[in-house]
Design a binder for this molecule. Sequence first.
Ligand SMILES: [Zn+2]
Length: 323
Amino acid sequence: MNSKITYPEIEPPEIGSGSAAKIAEGVFWMRMPMGGRIEAINLWALADNDGWTIIDTGLRTTETAAAWHQAFASTLANQPIQRIIVTHLHPDHSGMAGWLAQKHAAPLWMTRLEYLTLRVLASYTGQEAPAEAIQFYKAAGWGEIELDHYRARFGDFGKMLYPLPDNFRALEDGQRLKIGDREWMIVVGKGHSPEHAMLYCADLDLLISGDQVLPEISSNVSVQPLEPEADPLSDWLVTLGKIRQTVPNDVLVLPAHGKPFRGLHERIGALIQGHEDGLARLLALLGSPKRAIDIFPALFKRQISLSLLGLATGESLAHLACL
Ligand SMILES: [Zn+2]
């Protein structure tokens, strides 16, 4: 499926060490630990007028904080952070943003919907799972064991991040940011999260793609209990088409997970094809009414464990909404 994408020979920096690999003049790659099925998140440091613009921040953990301390002592040469950009709300991207913003008196830049939605999701911590969410998952086919698992973990999201600053600077689609002496254009994508920001630099032929285009895995696209009638898979497919029109194929893609790669348009083609194949298998299965959990075999090769159930259910509902 990825036969046409290639990986340039860049030695990946050690995870959680604060060390970096140089991608281009003034562009550095660091990796912070995730400790799960995905081993690391990639962060990017861009030289910015005697300081740094940081793209994404890592999960809120002591390991990530230690790695940031090491990064300041080495890669970042104790130069100040001028600006923190968070591509989207998920905690591996946003987790340390509040910590960094406070320590360095640096402004946080996000799209409006990512910032505001993140504030809402973080506010769930300490609350009971809402009746609407329980109803949503019951209708998808969950039994009492699955619902209890959900209730017990409800609000964990907010524990994976430091409290955000109480203000932010808004990123918008098409906006151009001067970072150091380079211009970067914001490209907003939908489907994986509400208004995911990517950064494209035509000068350097680089695309910081966040979770919107990943080389090895397909990003989760889920209907969530917060917006049960949403159609994120259609949004996602439209976004992939838009990126292909906006960003040329010869860029080096800097994804949030996996290694930098070339072959953006081929990868987008494979991602779209993967979903279209899933939709076709799903349609074939829908001769009689089904709940979301009944259609897993059309979309997933692996057995769905309790810990993956929420993602799999959301993704199944997204395919149904798209059909
Ligand atoms: Zn994400």
